[in-house]
Design a protein around this ligand. Structure first.
Ligand SMILES: [Zn+2]
Length: 377
């Protein structure tokens, strides 16, 4: 863990400041959420639904809860059946997901689409977006589930805590709203798709991490939804983590995924056609259009389960995996992958593959996640 001793309390924006009022009016008109988010990166003084930054569009109430956090609530007498979080930019330089969320928002503002389910759009890390880095001080996607409490003050510590609050308020309000005499709260289904792009190449360009479910079965319809979004490689989580998607899955039983959509590129350099399936299916989901999913079939997927970690134990640790090795590269059985004081790691299973290799971690930390192909019965 890094400490940033230079951290000073962020200068938050007052929503009555002229520059903010002007930018907010521009946003309502043109729907450029990236621009509004980048201009006031540190956040707002007045946050939450009570700050009165709301407007109506196409039969939905849209509320800016904080910088990068936009709540959409359909105005309808029907009880909402879905609460959907679509988040991006938890790592600031992962621009394609941010541009996907931008597209969904600008289509709504331009009234090209009508959002019919409660939706929370998030651009997670405006400060890192502006410096075109993954993060400033701490990896934000390891700080959820309260893990932010244990670190020194930094932008990410504050932001993780706030994002947890916005998401939990969002899911809680979805459950308790409109509870007429004989309706049951559990009729609302929660979703959270946390969109990312990866640092390294991957043998499977797009893949998703399905958060650890404990005793619950993996949801095949959700896997079919991922496939329809263009993501047919799934890595099943093997334990609790501090990721944003795990937070929603573990605390609100949300159908949730961390979705990796390819390689990191700067703003404007993404080929958005490459993400059209994702954008179309997310649009269909929030607009209550038919999703047209294929039923689940193992042969349509590359499914992986975790075998374990290669952990760096001491300074003598050596990793025999090329720096440029792609995620999901597999090695023949009995390949020597690492050595450390008094031990070595050799592959033991057919199809054993690497994910997220990083030799530059501290002692006691994971250097590689080892996975093997699996299928669902
Ligand atoms: Zn990421």
């Amino acid at each position: 863990m890094q400490n940033d001793n230079t951290f000073t309390t962020p200068v938050l924006t007052d929503i009555n400041d002229d520059s903010f009022v002007k930018a907010y009016q521009q946003f309502i008109k043109h729907g450029d959420f990236i621009s509004l988010t980048r201009q006031f990166e540190q956040g707002l003084i007045q946050t939450g639904a009570s700050n009165q930054l709301s407007f109506s569009v196409n039969n939905a109430k849209v509320s800016l809860l904080d910088i990068g956090v936009l709540l959409v609530e359909p105005i309808s007498s029907a009880k909402p059946s879905k609460s959907i979080v679509i988040s991006s930019g938890i790592h600031g330089n992962e621009t394609a997901p941010i541009e996907i969320v931008q597209q969904l928002i600008s289509d709504m503002v331009a009234q090209k689409t009508q959002v019919k389910h409660r939706t929370l759009f998030i651009m997670g890390h405006p400060v890192a977006m502006n410096i075109a880095k993954r993060f400033q001080t701490e990896n934000l996607n390891r700080l959820f589930c309260g893990k932010h409490k244990g670190i020194a003050p930094c932008f990410e510590k504050d932001r993780a805590e706030k994002l947890e609050t916005y998401v939990s308020d969002f899911f809680n309000a979805g459950c308790t709203k409109d509870t007429s005499a004989n309706s049951i709260d559990s009729e609302v289904t929660n979703y959270h798709y946390d969109l990312h792009t990866a640092i390294r190449n991957s043998k499977h360009e797009k893949f998703a991490i399905y958060p650890y479910q404990g005793d619950k079965p993996w949801d095949k319809e959700q896997l079919s939804f991922m496939a329809a979004c263009g993501v047919n490689t799934i890595l099943f989580g093997h334990g609790p983590t501090g990721t944003f998607s795990y937070y929603s899955s573990a605390n609100f039983s949300a159908h949730a995924f961390t979705v990796e959509l390819g390689k990191v590129r700067p703003f404007g350099e993404n080929n958005m056609a490459n993400f059209s399936a994702m954008t179309e299916k997310l649009t269909a989901l929030i607009c209550d259009e038919e999703l047209l999913l294929n039923s689940f079939d193992n042969k349509d997927f590359n499914l992986y389960t975790a075998l374990g970690d290669i952990t760096k134990v001491s300074d003598n640790f050596k990793l025999f995996i090329d720096d440029a090795a792609s995620n999901f590269t597999d090695y023949p059985v009995d390949t020597l992958l690492s050595t450390d004081t008094g031990e070595e790691y050799r592959t033991t299973q057919p199809g054993e593959s690497i994910v997220f290799p990083n030799a530059k971690v501290g002692n006691g930390q994971r250097a590689v996640l080892m996975v093997v192909p699996t299928s669902l019965s």
